[in-house]
Ligand binder design. Structure first.
Ligand code: IPM
Ligand code: MG
Length: 404
């Protein structure tokens, strides 16, 4: 290397050192230090709350009166919620008459109200929701970008709905999967609290906690044992996300010591995504336990294998509350085109069957599932296309009620 090149290198080094010094003194960098400290303290306090509340679950089935909150949501939500509520009213006729079950309409969980108040779930709406035991929730619109957080994410956090349970079945292929997606942590906990040095870089955070992982693992294993399952698939990317996913997998293994009949399998999320498409292999999978974001992605893939995201139901379970919803979105375009009445309520009805099971009405849940199976799989006399060449949601609900 000649003198000239050495000189160039030295001056470049000096330039970088000067820039780093300058960056180090930037307000954004000192702010980021404070922001990060606050994040850690907030998360530690969440960990302590979880530790205190562990083993303090409400027995929904033992409640004298169960309040079911109905949140219609946005877009096609009001239309599919109305039809699903009709079905529930039919199944719960006696319990509604005796007062054991009460329905409560929750107004105000609409995109208009949320934007106007600039709150993902306006405080007064959240208070109303907290007077219910379980919720049937239509899809809510999540604006892309901007600062308004998703209502779903906010409800899951505020009601501490830590287990997102999503069953997927393809009986003719022997597929009977159930996903236990951790629902309050991972990339979602701090999704709107990332750090940005404008023009330079952005950092988001992913969080795995000890009690947060223990409780989702336990929920998955309890289900597995109670339903005669023999294996559990733990899905992570622990080779790359060494702290968060590494600990998620370790904790899942530790919790499994109490469930000696279960065989645990560790899978990386990339190969699991591929194997769900492998027809020679996929029917071996049984119960999945996985961190939030992988669960979000993989459950859409799984639902598509079942027949589309519109066919799947989703339960968000916590120790004090539970929320049941369709896994599809609010399909605002259908409303704009005047087609809301042609929206398919089957996914929300599937969620309603999970709701019934959760509050202890197993036989009614079975009846609803059977009827859905007849109407959507075997008999299919009333077909919904989403357009006026198909049936309306109301006609589908009539058909379904006739099969209950
Ligand atoms: C889901 C959805 C939500 C999620 C959205 C609406 C925030 O995709 O329930 O899977 O990402 O969890
Ligand atoms: Mg999703």
């Amino acid at each position: 290397m000649n003198n000239n090149e050495n000189g160039k290198k030295d001056s470049l080094k000096a330039l970088i050192n000067d820039s780093i010094k300058e960056l180090n003194e930037m307000a954004e960098v000192s702010d980021a230090n404070g922001q990060f400290r606050k994040i850690i303290m907030d998360q530690l306090s969440r960990v302590m709350t979880m530790e205190e509340n562990a083993d303090n679950a409400k027995d929904f089935a033992a409640l004298e009166q169960i309040t079911i909150g109905i949140c219609p949501g946005d877009g096609i939500g009001p239309s599919i919620s109305e039809q699903t509520q009709r079905v529930l009213e039919h199944l719960l006729k006696d319990e509604l008459a005796s007062g054991r079950i009460v329905f409560k309409q929750i107004e105000g969980l609409t995109i208009e109200n949320r934007l106007q108040k600039m709150e993902p779930v306006p405080a007064d709406v959240l208070e109303e929701i907290k007077t219910c035991d379980v919720l049937l929730k239509g899809p809510t619109t999540t604006p892309k970008g901007g600062s308004l957080e998703s209502a779903n994410v906010s409800l899951r956090r505020n009601l501490d709905l830590y287990a997102n349970v999503r069953p997927v079945q393809v009986p003719e292929e022997g597929i009977d999967w159930i996903f236990f997606r951790e629902n309050t942590e991972g990339e979602y906990t701090l999704g709107s609290r990332g750090i940005e040095i404008p023009g330079k870089l952005s950092i988001d955070f992913k969080v795995t906690t000890e009690p947060g992982t223990k409780r989702i693992a336990r929920a998955a294993y309890e289900y597995a044992v109670a339903n005669g399952k023999t294996s559990v698939q733990i899905v992570t990317k622990a080779n790359i996300m060494k702290k968060t996913d590494g600990n998620f997998s370790r904790i899942c293994h530790e919790v499994a010591v109490d469930y000696p009949t279960l065989k645990l399998e560790d899978w990386y999320v990339d190969i699991m995504t591929a194997k769900l498409l492998d027809k020679t292999r996929r029917s071996d999978f049984q119960v999945f336990v996985l961190p939030n974001l992988y669960g979000d992605i993989i459950t859409d893939e799984a639902a598509e294998i079942q027949g589309g995201v519109g066919t799947a139901g989703s339960a968000n379970i916590g120790d004090q509350y539970a929320m049941f919803e369709a896994i599809h979105g609010s399909a605002d375009r259908m409303v704009e085109d005047g087609r809301a009445q042609y929206a398919n309520p089957a996914s929300l009805m599937k969620a309603a069957s999970m709701l019934l099971r959760h509050i202890g009405f197993t036989d009614k849940a079975d009846r609803l599932e059977n009827a859905l199976n007849i109407c959507c799989e075997t008999e299919k006399k009333v077909v919904i296309t989403g357009r006026d060449d198909g049936a309306t949601g109301g006609e589908f609900a009539d058909y379904l009620i006739s099969k209950l």
